[in-house]
Design a protein around this ligand. Structure first.
Ligand code: ATP
Ligand code: MG
Length: 412
């Protein structure tokens, strides 16, 4: 293949001043992290980057590039010296290699280096004329061509490419600060975490685990999901706070009327998550709620649940429908894990008729049935936090212990 490099274009550079500088710096860092261990050279320019492949496999580099938020698009490019004869020749070799059947084409030239002796239009004409003469499978169509050969003339050389592939988009993860993702083992919350990272938010995760009321596999699912989304995180790892929720969960089942069980359970989760966020400098909570999906996600429910916290709650999926969520879930390789049939704390003892319009005053009244504040604090204080990286090989069941004991072991 003639390609020797990938041209990487940055995302939203409508950002100004300092924000733009930190955007670019973060993106450089992320690119370096994701390419770690590969023999590529990262050639940093002001508003783009060249990844010079050296002897690396382009597919492998692209796979990693697709994990970098803030990348707008990229192209595999051929570099040519700033010489019109060489340009004609290399353009021909390039098209000979990629054109296998008759098609229409046009040439588009961008001349960033005004010292190049030929203008943009003139260069396009010279090159397309040469191609037409030497490749009889080609026909010109300037309005609706099958293929556009792009030529970019820069001071450091001339670059040729034919396609521009969309990158992950968004902002470099971390640029917006840090948030705490409420991660269940379901389909939605990992997708919410991915979208938050794509928007520049570095995430930590909190999971409320009620083992042995729920199965150990439901906690394992969470770890396996974090491994999948850790690929997008800085340094390929995410800190997970595992909250031992069983006691509080049982107290809810004992003390709260069935119809308010989920509402109050979720208020407890928000209370604990808020305290953990404050402790860990997470500026927002993030979750996978989507309006209307289940009883706890009606607008009235959201009000009653949300009223226990004063920090912002970001719901990236709030207007998505399930089909769109599943599409992303598959793309980030979480779907097969998410659909494994292990119950979590929200699916154990699901009330037959959960309140769909729960009221704050009623929730507060029911909460007086037991001393939840101490239990909330215990949950926070007994939380075990572990780093999960994309290559972690934690197998909770292997230890033959309760999840919280395994986590303690791992933290030793
Ligand atoms: P998901 O598919 O993410 O489980 P869901 O549609 O099943 O979402 P719920 O079970 O009502 O919806 O949960 C809504 C959100 O609350 C989840 O997306 C997640 O952010 C959070 N959540 C629910 N259960 C837990 C848990 N055990 N630990 C942490 N967060 C949770
Ligand atoms: Mg769920």
């Amino acid at each position: 293949m003639l390609y020797d490099r990938i041209l990487v274009r940055f995302g939203d550079l409508t950002l100004k001043g300092k924000n733009q500088i930190s955007f670019i710096r973060k993106l450089y860092n992320l690119l370096e992290e994701k390419m770690y261990g590969l023999n590529v050279t990262i050639d940093k320019k002001h508003d783009h980057v060249f990844i010079i492949l050296n002897d690396c496999d382009a597919d492998e580099v692209i796979e990693r590039l697709n994990l970098v938020s803030g990348v707008h698009s990229y192209s595999l490019v051929v570099k040519v010296n700033r010489d019109i004869e060489e340009l004609k020749q290399k353009a021909l070799e390039y098209l000979q290699e990629i054109v296998t059947s008759p098609l229409t084409f046009k040439v588009e030239t961008k001349r960033a280096d005004k010292n190049f002796p030929f203008g943009s239009l003139e260069t396009s004409k010279i090159v397309s004329g040469y191609l037409l003469k030497n490749l009889n499978t080609l026909k010109v169509d300037v309005h609706n061509p099958n293929l556009t050969l792009k030529i970019e003339i820069r001071t450091e050389g001339i670059f040729l490419y034919t396609s521009q592939i969309r990158g992950m988009g968004g902002y470099p993860v971390g640029i917006a600060g840090k948030g705490l993702l409420m991660l269940s083992g379901g389909i939605d919350s990992p997708v919410a975490g991915y979208l938050a990272m794509k928007q520049g938010i570095e995430i930590e995760c909190v999971h409320f685990e009620s083992t042995p009321l729920t199965s150990i596999e439901s906690a394992q699912k969470v770890i396996d999901l974090v491994k999948k989304i850790a690929k997008y995180a800085p340094k390929n790892r995410i800190l997970v706070h595992m909250v031992p929720f069983k006691e509080l969960h049982m107290a809810l089942l004992d003390n709260i009327p069935e119809s308010y069980n989920i509402t109050i359970m979720r208020r407890m989760m928000y209370r604990i998550a808020t305290k953990l966020a404050e402790k860990n400098n997470d500026l927002v909570l993030i979750n996978g709620e989507s309006v209307g999906q289940v009883a706890s996600q009606t607008l009235q429910s959201m009000n009653t649940i949300n009223s226990v916290t004063s920090i912002p709650v970001i719901r990236p999926l709030c207007t998505y429908d399930k089909e769109d969520i599943i599409k992303i879930s598959r793309k980030i390789d979480c779907f097969d894990i998410s659909i494994k049939p292990f119950e979590d704390c929200c699916t154990v003892y699901v009330p037959k008729a959960p309140a769909t319009a729960p009221r704050i005053y009623k929730a507060e009244a029911y909460e007086k049935n037991f001393d939840y504040e101490k239990m909330v604090d215990d949950c926070v204080n007994n939380t075990n936090s572990i780093w999960i990286s994309k290559d972690s090989d934690i197998d909770l069941a292997m230890y033959g212990l309760e999840v919280r004991e395994v986590l303690k072991e791992l933290n030793k």
